[in-house]
Design a protein around this ligand. Structure first.
Ligand code: SAM
Length: 248
């Protein structure tokens, strides 16, 4: 990862210090893909975003300084870890909320164990909720967020419902980010936010232009020319971030 990254430059010494501290934890997390579960078994886990994507996420959160934040699904907790660490570095005391209905039954608490080992359990309000149920409840109680990260149900229906409901749970001017923006389901969700709700896509690109051009060409047949040439060049590998208009 270069020291400067698109619209997310390292502005001063404080930024450098915060990034370095978060980087230590990211290095630690990615030092092995084998993680321990609550039954004591150690197994290969490969479902988290890439290391470089987590580094990018750290920069994004440090820049956005979100008071209220939410992610799903927790999984192995790479995303949750980065958001919680960045908020801690920023001195934001409001706990980050993370959802995953299958954390215990399927993941066997791997994510929670990671958070515990990093000393982050206190920084995270974990709930075994499905995103759609949590979001409907959040709307009923007029709860809204500055930053939302989506990495849960990757089915078409799941992703579009997530985007539709998250749109209403995001504060004006807030930012929603998606992992796996090269999935067709995520592409549909992103297109919905841009076309129906006038969301603005942030430029997260940090790779050389030739690498991005190759990705655009490779995914154009599947995702469509428009998405491949308008959206893909602004992704940070496969992370998309969109800002909700301030007007509502
Ligand atoms: C690809 S993994 C997420 C990886 C995770 N972000 C990380 O950093 O390690 C997807 C997770 O989404 C969870 N999930 C699936 N459907 C969900 C839903 N409706 N709401 C919340 N989480 C969901 C799954 O249990 C799974 O752990």
């Amino acid at each position: 990862m270069p020291p400067f990254c698109g619209l997310l430059p390292v502005r001063d010494e404080a930024d450098t210090r915060m990034l370095r501290s978060i980087q230590c934890h990211i290095d630690d997390f990615y030092s092995s893909a084998f993680k321990r579960d609550c039954e004591g078994n150690v197994g290969y886990r490969g479902g988290s975003p890439r290391k470089q994507e987590c580094e990018l996420l750290a920069r994004l959160v440090l820049q956005l300084k979100p008071e209220t934040s939410l992610d799903w699904g927790l999984g192995d907790a790479a995303v949750c870890m980065v958001i919680a660490l960045a908020k801690r570095e920023l001195g934001i005391s409001k706990r980050h909320i993370s959802l995953d209905p299958l954390q215990h039954s399927i993941s066997k608490d791997v994510g929670l164990i990671q958070l515990q080992q990093m000393g982050l359990l206190e920084d995270v309000d974990f709930r075994e909720d499905r995103s759609e149920e949590f979001l409907v409840q959040a709307m009923r109680s007029n709860r809204a967020f500055d930053f939302i990260f989506v990495d849960g149900d990757h089915s078409f229906g799941g992703k579009v419902i997530d985007a539709h409901l998250a749109e209403r749970a995001l504060k004006p001017g807030g930012v929603i980010a998606f992992h796996d923006a090269l999935f067709e389901s995520t592409a549909a969700a992103i297109s919905l936010l841009i076309r129906d709700h006038r969301y603005h896509l942030l430029d997260l690109r940090f790779e050389p232009i030739w690498q991005v051009a190759l990705r655009c060409a490779r995914h154009a047949p599947r995702l469509g020319i428009r998405y491949a040439y308008k959206i893909v060049p602004r992704l940070g590998i496969s992370i998309a971030a969109l800002r909700k208009p301030s007007g509502g």
